[in-house]
Design a protein around this ligand. Structure first.
Ligand code: MG
Length: 265
């Protein structure tokens, strides 16, 4: 099934049915709320997008599910979503106690991996090891020979015990514990947490497909960029079009009677 353009008549009418006061609005961060930049530490959300998100969090439940650590993401967001999940679905706020014991096992695995990878890779030029508590990212964008560097990274990963789940990206390999929640699991958990009947999820990368391929009738998936490979039902042409989409959604929500909005938990 190919994705349909969200700003087509069909897309807009489907969207309007999904935008209600009890919809959970969920977003990826890099490439979705913020444009991709060469230096992943320099990513920024534009002021208009941030302002519109600020309106959205006041009238609806908002989730951000990112590959970054929560701490890192929070600094970039500049606003507090109702839930912020880091490390591709693996890192939850500490107060969500039911996930705690699993999370501490995951952290312990990541610490072991970090030490091993540091020993094997710290002398390889252009490789950066980013430790995120519940996951690890191996960046190699700065390597002169990306292909050869990736082979070395792969060989190092093959030595890790317990075996991690690998998530590829653009010049990055992410490692998460096998048992960690995926972004798809994380969105379902967030919907349960807020008792949301439906969710809208917008994302752009491989890990976001974990949400799209759930093929859940209550989740409205929007992929950033036209892509024949995505399992999302709708797409936005580019990241810069997000602002228009956010404004449409906020406009629909603000048209609900204040009484109905007052009924939000
Ligand atoms: Mg992304």
């Amino acid at each position: 099934m190919t994705a349909s353009y969200i700003f087509s008549p069909k897309g807009l009418s489907a969207l309007a049915h999904f935008v209600t006061p009890d919809t959970l609005f969920a977003f990826d961060l890099d490439g979705t709320l913020a444009p991709i930049v060469e230096d992943y530490a320099a990513v920024e959300i534009s002021e208009p997008v941030r302002a519109t998100l600020g309106r959205l969090v006041k009238i609806a439940k908002v989730a951000v599910i990112t590959g970054r650590s929560r701490q890192d993401a929070l600094a970039i967001l500049g606003f507090e979503p109702h839930v912020l999940v880091g490390s591709h679905g693996a890192e939850w706020p500490v107060r969500e106690g039911r996930l705690n014991s699993q999370q501490s096992q995951q952290s312990a695995d990541c610490l072991i991996w970090r030490e091993k990878l540091f020993n094997l890779l710290s002398n390889i030029p252009g490789v950066e090891i980013e430790f995120k508590g519940e996951s690890l990212s191996l960046h190699y964008r700065k390597a002169d020979d990306a292909e050869a560097t990736l082979l070395l990274i792969d060989a190092a990963i093959d030595t890790l015990i317990p075996e991690p789940r690998r998530i590829g990206g653009k010049y990055v390999v992410n490692l998460v514990p096998m048992k960690a929640l995926t972004k798809g699991d994380a969105l379902i958990a967030a919907m349960e947490m807020f008792e949301a009947q439906r969710a809208i999820f917008i994302g752009d990368d491989v890990t976001d497909e974990e949400v799209f391929k759930l093929n859940n009738a209550n989740i409205f998936g929007i992929h950033i960029g036209k892509d024949d490979q995505t399992a999302a039902r709708y797409y936005l042409k580019k990241q810069s079009a997000l602002l228009g989409l956010l404004n449409s959604m906020v406009g629909i929500l603000e048209s609900y009677k204040p009484l109905e909005m007052g009924a939000l938990p």
